[in-house]
Design a binder for this molecule. Structure first.
Ligand SMILES: [Zn+2]
Length: 326
């Protein structure tokens, strides 16, 4: 999927088709102006992802290939090196697929990876320093994780899979929802989705979460598991690597599907048609510091913003739900 504008398509009879995923929906709820910058203009910060996001991506890469190798039939001990190889390539970066631009003659990078799968690190040193997590510690934590879950009885069935389904339709719109699932497996209690979350402290998970509700509906469950991956140096493995369920009632899921989702899809169409994406002042300050657009763009005079955008952001690849994002 490309940007909002291309996600919105008028079909015969005047109905509008909309493609949405949790990243775009949450971005719209957070701040429509930021959503426009990220998903219509494809602006990415020049300084790269934050250290937390980079370390989260290392872990996601590790888990993706660790579980993929198990799905292909390897046991956990033999699967781990596949996870580490992918994590190490994420750290080092693959020059062939990074910033690859397809041409008529060369449509895919020679390494065979999807473009930008292995961009390398910009804000993560080898060794941890104060609040900065080092990549060596990230790799060591992955090793600790495999030991913590050595006797895991859950069976992975799919990893990093995108599933799509029409979740809403009325006279005006039809919404195709795309859910990206980190992990789907048999937990001995049924087949459930699980989402990997790296965290510096064990926070309670907010269940008002578009990603989780969308995953439940697509998977026809009322529970998602959070695979918590803690960075705390002082905790034992069984205290920082925890699986916690998020449960929903059928009514909450129906409310999300039949009210929340179509409301925001219609708002998105309206923003697109008017070309105006209003800022939301409540979300300039985040858990991990200010929104980058606040610092460089919104808090500047309107006539300065275009220059500031050019100085601090570049036009990155188009968003699609398989792109990595925490
Ligand atoms: Zn590559």
């Amino acid at each position: 999927m490309a940007d909002f504008t291309e996600n919105v398509e008028k079909v015969a009879g005047g109905k509008t088709n909309v493609v949405m995923d949790a990243t775009i929906l949450t971005a719209l709820m957070t701040c429509p102006r930021k959503a426009d910058f990220n998903f219509n203009l494809h602006l990415q910060p020049v300084k790269g992802k934050s250290n937390s996001l980079e370390c989260g991506s290392i872990v996601h890469k590790f888990l993706e290939y660790f579980y993929k190798a198990q799905i292909q039939g390897l046991d956990r001990v033999k699967a781990a090196p596949f996870g580490f190889a992918a994590a190490e390539l994420y750290i080092k970066g693959c020059p062939a697929c990074t910033e690859f631009v397809p041409t008529e003659e060369i449509k895919k990078p020679e390494c065979g990876h999807p473009p930008n799968e292995y961009p390398g690190l910009k804000n993560t040193p080898k060794d941890s320093e104060g609040h900065i997590i080092g990549w060596q510690y990230a790799l060591d934590s992955c090793d600790e994780y495999t030991k913590r879950w050595y006797n895991d009885s859950w069976v992975p069935l799919e990893v990093e899979v995108v599933k799509g389904e029409v979740l809403y339709e009325d006279d005006e719109i039809r919404i195709l929802w795309k859910a990206k699932l980190d992990w789907v497996g048999d937990t001995n209690d049924g087949i459930f989705p699980m989402d990997h979350k790296t965290m510096k402290q064990n926070r309670l998970t907010n269940s008002m979460n578009n990603q989780f509700m969308g995953q439940c509906i697509i998977m026809r469950t009322r529970k998602v598991w959070i695979n918590k991956f803690g960075w705390q140096k002082t905790l034992k493995p069984e205290e920082k690597f925890i699986r916690a369920p998020v449960n929903y009632t059928a009514e909450r899921l129906i409310e999300w599907q039949s009210e929340t989702l179509p409301y925001w899809a219609k708002m998105m169409i309206m923003f697109n048609e008017s070309g105006h994406f209003p800022p939301n002042f409540s979300n300039c300050e985040g858990k991990y510091g200010n929104c980058l657009f606040y610092e460089h763009v919104c808090s500047n005079n309107p006539d300065m913003r275009e220059t500031e955008l050019k100085n601090h952001f570049y036009v990155g690849p188009e968003w699609n739900p398989t792109n990595d994002e925490e």
